[in-house]
Design a protein around this ligand. Sequence first.
Ligand SMILES: *Cc1c(COP(=O)(O)O)cnc(C)c1O
Ligand SMILES: [Zn+2]
Length: 411
Amino acid sequence: MKNVKHLRCVKCNKTFSVEPGIYTCKECGPKGILDVVYDYEYIASRINKKILSESKVNSMWRYMDFLPVQPDGPKPPLRVGWTPLYRVDRLGQQFGLANLYLKDDGLNPTASLKDRPSAIAVAKALEEGYDTVACSSTGNAASSLAGNAAAAGLKSVIFVPGRAPQGKVAQLKIFGAIVISVQGSYQETFELSAHAIEKFGWYNRNAAINPYLVEGKKTVSLEIAEQLNWEMPDWVAVSVGDGCTVAGVWKGFKDLYEVGFISKIPKIISVQAEGCYPINRAFHLNKEFEPMEENTIADSIAVGVPRNPDKALCAIRETKGIAVNVSDEEILEAMRNIGNYAGVFGEPAGVTAFAGIKKAVAEGLVDPKETIVCCITGNGLKDVANGIRAAGEPIKISPSLEELEKVLEKI
Ligand SMILES: *Cc1c(COP(=O)(O)O)cnc(C)c1O
Ligand SMILES: [Zn+2]
């Protein structure tokens, strides 16, 4: 990997060479999250916008030069990434937004953005010769890992908290994972998985602990930039749980800026649920985060003890971004809005960013004429119960045309 210089600790700046088995800083422990540092001159000597535009690789692997994996090493075979970026004028007009785009990452193979980091995890596990991968997750990290592992012929062991929606658990079982449903909080689930991974020597796909995962997540930004023909939006809105996704989004834009592909980095809108917003609270109070309860229907971002607060806070601060909290009602409304006016079905955490955009505009934090990209991070079919909650039940009638006419008159 000539494109990678080293790994650097975000706490103490100590550097480490890239070696199998290194996850976090040896001095700082689990809080010493490592960041992959690239040789941008080398990358710029290998790739340019023209070469990219001629690439026939319609997946995240088109950005191989920006990724910390062996260029000709083994990769999981599912097609991850290169999801559509829709200009959604009908949705925008409803809310006075002049330039709105949706990046539909629910169209990934296991239906969430998490396929991007999971594909990297499986590639690294294959590269390093592991036969089993493991993680703890509120759902999508797990289902994407299980799917990509199944496709690549690796075993997966998954720890989920008891509250994970059935759609996600069904995915895990279908992909042949060993699924351990821990009757406790996400924090307790995470800790158990960490101990088990250490004890049994599995490949660790826990986000934040594993420095390569953010690199997978960043491919969403590389795509947004290329799909917008390198004209950067003013804002990119992301729903935030652990904080790894927002950190990845930022890293992607920074990489492109460093190699000279783009001339500005979009501002980040970090969106969390009113029932669980430790990162946004830390941003507003300008303090370290403090744990919070996990009270929201948006299960994928119900993270009371975020694993990657430092990188997430950096992403918001350094881009001069903002942080907004939205209620569960507003999340359900965003689900309806995006479905009704854009034909896209997102899970609650998948549409939370849009609820945040509406609120940021209403509060005057964002100018509705600006260009805004909203990341739809997960598909609504993973959580149909909340889909029905958002949109309601169908009209029930007997098989009679008269009755049909009556109900249609009332609509
Ligand atoms: C994981 C996830 C997020 C948030 O990512 P973090 O890295 O936990 O901040 C948002 N939406 C969906 C659908 C997710 O699965
Ligand atoms: Zn350190």
